[in-house]
Design a protein around this ligand. Structure first.
Ligand code: C2E
Ligand code: MG
Ligand code: MG
Length: 289
């Protein structure tokens, strides 16, 4: 009855729902996934992949974005979309996120000093106390300079306690940590919010890059974003760049940085070290000329 009630509420107001066995199956799957997540936190079932980020003008590798993977005992390597939402609902994202920050700082401390690491931070981590101290601890344990750590937050971060969020962001930025706004353009962030917080970087969402090669409207949107970012003193990075025409359009419209399958898929920590061994010529080749 509770499951039926839950579903009826989920579907909106003034509705009803009968119990169905599928509801029970979904609840069981969820419960099992939660048990597996808790187990992975204790026994270390997670891994980070790193996707290279490039500066367009300098044709240079500038750093990597850390992307979480879960090596599930039955499902194999599992992507965040299958478990982040549950981790957020259950609060497990807090210990998982702390592990991600520690691990990302540790890996980056081995890379050359010019390279940065970007870490995705969930709104739930901002709502919980202790984010700043977890970051400070990770920095001091790894010896990573704060300016080499970039936090990627989404517009959702601003839907909760805005004052507390801004205070945390300002505190982190004052110690030198960089703050990027991820998936820019997909949420409800008002432009006035952009004025309130000096983001270091706007990450332009993949949906604006998809049809860029042959769309005049798409190019106009990119131009509008890069003009705005320039005026506010923020860098821009386009996500999900998959072909050379998109790259050319982005370069033309003033986008400073890129990331996507055209350059590289997310790599394991070992693959990152091989890429770094290959050196700068390989970065330049990525741009196709
Ligand atoms: P995101 O931060 O926007 O990360 C970019 C996503 O786009 C990654 O998916 C990446 O693999 C994918 N991608 C990169 N280049 C291309 C491309 O050229 N084409 C296409 N189609 N996709 C591309 P992934 O790794 O599955 O991560 C999905 C989302 O999960 C991330 O989106 C981020 O919001 C979240 N996430 C990942 N790791 C973490 C984490 O450690 N903590 C939290 N809270 N969220 C995370
Ligand atoms: Mg991201
Ligand atoms: Mg994104």
């Amino acid at each position: 009855a509770d499951l039926a009630l839950y579903r009826a509420k989920y579907e909106g107001k003034a509705g009803y729902h009968f119990f169905e066995t599928s509801l029970d199956e979904a609840a069981r799957r969820r419960r099992q996934l939660e048990i597996d997540l808790r187990e992975a936190i204790v026994n270390g079932g997670f891994e980070l992949n790193f996707q290279p980020l490039y500066c367009v003008a300098e044709r240079r590798l500038t750093g990597f974005e850390a992307l979480l993977r879960w090596n599930h005992p039955d499902r194999g390597q599992t992507k965040p979309e299958e478990f982040i939402a549950l981790a957020e609902e259950t609060g497990l994202i807090v210990p998982i996120g702390e592990w991600v920050i520690r691990e990302a700082c540790h890996h980056a401390s081995i890379w050359p000093d010019v390279l940065t690491v970007a870490v995705n931070v969930s709104p739930k981590q901002f709502a919980a106390s202790g984010l700043s101290s977890a970051i400070l601890q990770a920095l001091s344990a790894s010896g990573l300079a704060p300016h080499r750590l970039e936090l990627e937050i989404t517009e959702r971060t601003f839907s909760a306690d805005i004052d507390a969020t801004l205070a945390t962001l300002h505190r982190l930025r004052s110690i030198g940590v960089r703050i990027a706004l991820d998936d820019f353009g997909t949420g409800y962030l008002s432009l006035s919010r952009l004025k309130c917080f000096p983001f270091d970087k706007l990450k332009i969402d993949r949906i604006f890059v998809e049809d860029l090669g042959n769309s005049v409207t798409g190019q106009a949107i990119i131009r509008a974003i890069t003009t705005l970012a320039d005026a506010l003193g923020m860098e821009t990075l386009a996500e999900g760049v998959e072909d050379i025409r998109q790259l050319e359009a982005l370069a033309r419209e003033g986008c400073g940085h890129v990331q996507g399958y055209l350059f590289s898929k997310p790599l394991s920590a070992e693959e990152v070290l091989s890429l770094l061994d290959a050196g700068e010529p390989s970065a330049s080749r990525m741009f196709g000329k």
